[in-house]
Design a binder for this molecule. Sequence first.
Ligand code: AMP
Length: 312
Amino acid sequence: MSIENNSAPAASPVLVVGSVAFDSIRTAKAESGKILGGSATYGAIASSYFAPTRIVGVVGTDFGEAEIGRLRDRGIDLEGLQIDQSGETFFWAGVYSDDFSSRETLETRLNVFADFKPTLPESYRRTPYVLLGNIQPSLQAMVLDQLEPGSFTVADTMNLWIEIARDALMDLLPRIDLFILNDEEAEQLTGESNVFNAGPKLLEAGPEIVLIKKGAHGAVLFHPEGLFALPVYPVREIADPTGAGDSFAGALVGYLAAAGRHDFATLRKACAYATVTASLTVEALGVDGLEKAGRAEIDRRLDELLAMTQIR
Ligand code: AMP
């Protein structure tokens, strides 16, 4: 199959693990109905613009050819996607406040996700760049257990796991290279409302690098070689912020894989690619914006962001 806008053929592969879901999203302007979602879905589609991407997750009997086709059309390797015939796919419903400043979960139906144990096909065990998308920290740890040493590992999380699986999350942190979370989650974990205090505290918990996202206000990278801060790409009309964080993380890991490096300079550029890729996600409902944009639009937005932040 020839894939337009796909990754550079020389790039290292990326493994994305997380939820593959159906979502139902309500905003002031729209009601999505049952649409494709999940942390691994957003992460893998974003990564696929930069590097060959493989996915590990589970879906149920309601996940049809149409959904599979959308992932395949992005060139995503689905060998690690389990199809569980015993039930339906993970379902999540949420509603946003009118100004998108807050979100409430209306419903979470775990369905086949309840018994999910990530299992890496033999050929995935040696993957140089790995995104542990938002799922229980114990499942993220199970993936690390199956990887051969040497992967650069990035983990994302959410408030739920900080509330109900804090110890497992803290145990995971020393085992990963880069921890990505948002400012609210960073405060929840460290008690520090100022990200410049929360970042160093999180580094003490074990990961080599920490990245704190501040929603519409950009992101800060805490690296042994220094600090890097970036605003977001300006979006004037937000349609649906769902999956922005997952798209950010997927693009970041994808870019590192394409570069084949994860030094400070490469990470800074990866952050810039991550923020422009996330901007595509928020402009449309579900994965539509991310899926349709194409690599040329990502590169155009990157140039705009670079011009916007240059200090002469
Ligand atoms: P984000 O907007 O970055 O928080 O990601 C939203 C995605 O996370 C949605 O597509 C949901 O399907 C998925 N999601 C919501 N709750 C969970 C959960 N408890 N575990 C895994 N994925 C979830």
